[in-house]
Design a protein around this ligand. Structure first.
Ligand SMILES: Cc1cc2nc3c(=O)[nH]c(=O)nc-3n(C[C@H](O)[C@H](O)[C@H](O)COP(=O)(O)OP(=O)(O)OC[C@H]3O[C@@H](n4cnc5c(N)ncnc54)[C@H](O)[C@@H]3O)c2cc1C
Length: 605
């Protein structure tokens, strides 16, 4: 067919049948599509609600990091008012990708990994085979790591361990040709406080470390699931992507005793009168992301019975976990102005001459500050590393009844699951092997200030939810992060700010002539600090957990082969299956999950 080998545009270009239909061509969706279509006999269709980006600056240049937010490539969804936060930041926007490549086209390009314990905890929740040792090969499989140049390695002291990196994967991880010197001040400051520096974050992400970006080292542009797993494979005749197609529900059949998916219903964007149905011979794979997976499942009658009854949707599978278990990394800031002039991404915004010089360098030979955007320097710290109140905090969590601060009306199975998570988290957080807080200089991910430090809680005990509030698939589901609903989470921020202020006092930061812009000198007491965070914490864009991988008896949505409980031929593969959010930015883990899932699906063929 003349249409093979590209993104197809019309229904009459579809193949007669597909073995797999993948709902959502995002980070995980395109990974699975690539791997399944390696077998030329297997036909794969991806249905993606967004359009392909045009490789414009905001989508591919580190200089314009963040520029896709609130554009056509963003679903532009917002939360309901957050009752545990202050009025000023009560309604939050939650950027998520609506584009071929999904959130990997919008993300902050930080390419790090969690610590082994973060993944081992998944196995402890009843998922055999989901531990660090078994997932590490998939982190490696998805990555091609390029070490920093010898000059950069020598100048900044960047070390790495080739044993934990991949060399054949489709996602490029590398250091930009230009590294902002402030990354070094940040490292030096933390080391001067006695913190350990890891040789390589990719095998043990504790302490302060250098991190690469998802950056193509050859042309210094973003590496995304689209550039890595899709663009070079469009000549495969058995891989089709149909964009601008919004999936509205899954069609189910219960007649044989077990529940089966018998088709996917979708519409073309802007033409919702005409409904199409496409069928898969083997399986359906839901990769629509943490916000939309539960919406699609619930609209299809798979979800909590009480919610389905409320909307008069016939119950196909009563699965109380669907949409519950939402987790994210809420993020707060300490912001400095610097008296001593150093180059920062902020300078791009105020110094047109410097920006133009850097632009010229970029287009001449891919050097200069336009190559840099995503953060390269970060610290993931266990409680005992940044506060002497670690024991108090652990005991505040452990003296709670695990279900004290959850939303009301949850099914017993979901409560049992959270009890189990509570236990697993407390066991690990009291060791030096699980990070509780991430500290980072945001680099180009926040270009409004010279020195925005972020602080993000890594293992919140608060849980949010996503649920439909209409049977209309085009109405955004209710997104309730419930940030800080567990009050002990806020205590971690109080301690984090005090620690961050100590960091500012170190010679490495003092050399920059810092003055605190936020929260500022009138925020001193614990109560003032709590108020500050209530009024300012926002999401770090790491939504996960709404199709949690756990046994059904404890509120799980998918089993350890990522099959939806109670449904024969449906898997979920993306960030929503993460049962406990790890201490890391999420993309490397999403790729690893998708690579592992692809092998499991092939194995079951
Ligand atoms: C602004 C931002 C910054 C981030 N920064 C970083 C970072 O620096 N480092 C890092 O590691 N991670 C970062 N992340 C997180 C990381 O990018 C995500 O966790 C990851 O990309 C999620 O992958 P996914 O496959 O679960 O979902 P997505 O990649 O979002 O894919 C879901 C896809 O499904 C499609 N879809 C949804 N509903 C439907 C429907 N009804 N019909 C058809 N298609 C549908 C969507 O359009 C989308 O393409 C960031 C994320 C964002 C948004």
């Amino acid at each position: 067919s003349p249409f093979y080998g590209r993104i197809i545009e019309r229904e009459d270009q579809l193949a007669r049948s597909y073995d797999y239909v993948i709902i959502g061509g995002g980070t995980a969706g395109l990974t699975v599509a690539n791997r399944l279509s390696e077998d030329p006999k297997i036909n794969v269709l991806v249905l993606e609600a967004g359009i392909p980006d045009q490789k414009e600056g905001i989508a591919i240049l580190p200089r314009y990091l963040g520029g896709t937010m609130r554009t056509v490539y963003d679903w532009n969804v917002t939360t309901v008012p957050q009752e545990f936060l202050g009025a000023a930041n009560s309604v939050q926007s939650l950027t998520i990708g609506k584009v071929l490549g999904g959130s990997s086209v919008l993300n902050g390009m930080m390419f790090d990994r969690p610590s082994p314990q973060d993944i081992d905890a998944w196995e402890e929740l009843g998922n055999p085979g989901w531990n660090w040792q078994r997932l590490l090969p998939y982190y490696k499989k998805s990555e091609t790591f390029t070490p920093p140049s010898p000059e950069q390695a020598a100048r900044f002291g960047i070390t790495w361990d080739p044993a934990v990196h991949g060399t054949q994967g489709y996602i490029q991880s590398s250091y930009p040709n230009y590294i902002y010197p402030l990354n070094q001040n940040f490292q030096d400051a933390l080391i001067s406080l006695g913190l350990q520096q890891s040789k390589d974050q990719a095998g043990s992400a504790i302490g302060v470390f250098w991190s690469p970006n998802n950056l193509n080292p050859h042309n210094q542009t973003r590496s995304s699931s689209r550039s890595g797993y899709y663009d070079d494979f469009t000549r495969r005749p058995n891989l089709h992507a149909l964009t601008s197609r919004h999936v509205t529900k899954l069609l189910t059949d219960k007649s044989g005793g077990e529940v089966k998916i018998i088709g996917v219903e979708y519409v073309e964007a802007g033409k919702s009168q005409t409904k199409y149905v496409i069928k898969a011979k083997k399986e359906y794979i839901l990769s629509a992301g943490t916000v939309h997976d539960p919406q699609i499942l619930q609209l299809s009658g798979i979800g909590p019975k009480t919610l389905l009854d409320k909307h008069q949707i016939p119950v196909v599978v009563d699965l109380p976990g669907v949409g519950n278990g939402f987790q994210d990394h809420p993020m707060g800031h300490l912001i400095l102005n610097l008296a001593n002039v150093v180059h920062t991404p902020y300078e791009m915004e105020i110094n047109a001459t410097w920006d133009a010089e850097q632009k010229a360098l970029y287009y001449k030979n891919r050097t200069g500050a336009w190559t840099a955007g995503g953060p390269n320097s970060v610290a993931f710290l266990p409680l005992g590393n940044y506060t002497d109140r670690a024991a108090d905090i652990i005991s505040s969590y452990s003296s709670q009844d695990a279900t004290d601060h959850l939303r009301t009306g949850l099914d017993g199975s979901v409560l049992a699951g959270f009890k189990k998570q509570h236990e697993v988290l407390l066991r690990h957080l009291s060791t030096a092997k699980m990070a509780a807080m991430e500290f980072m200089w945001l680099s180009g991910a926040n270009r409004r200030y010279q020195m925005p430090f972020s602080m993000a809680i890594q293992h919140p005990f608060s849980r949010g939810f996503i649920e439909i509030n209409s049977v209309d698939p085009f109405v955004q589901p209710t997104i309730d992060l419930r940030t800080a609903s567990n009050p002990v989470d806020l205590e971690l921020y109080v301690e984090a700010l005090k620690f961050q202020r100590k960091v500012v006092q170190t010679p490495a930061i003092q050399a920059l002539g810092p003055s605190e812009v936020r929260p500022g000198s009138d925020t001193v007491t614990d109560d003032e600090i709590r108020q500050y965070f209530r009024g300012s914490i926002s999401t770090m864009f790491h939504p996960s957990g709404t199709s949690g991988m756990m046994p059904r008896e404890i509120g799980g949505v998918v089993d350890s082969k990522l099959r939806v409980h109670g449904v024969k031929n449906l898997r979920v593969v993306d960030a929503s299956i993460i049962p406990l959010i790890p201490a890391s930015h999420l993309q490397s883990t999403v790729y690893a999950i998708a690579e592992k899932a692809s092998d499991m699906i092939k194995g079951d063929q």
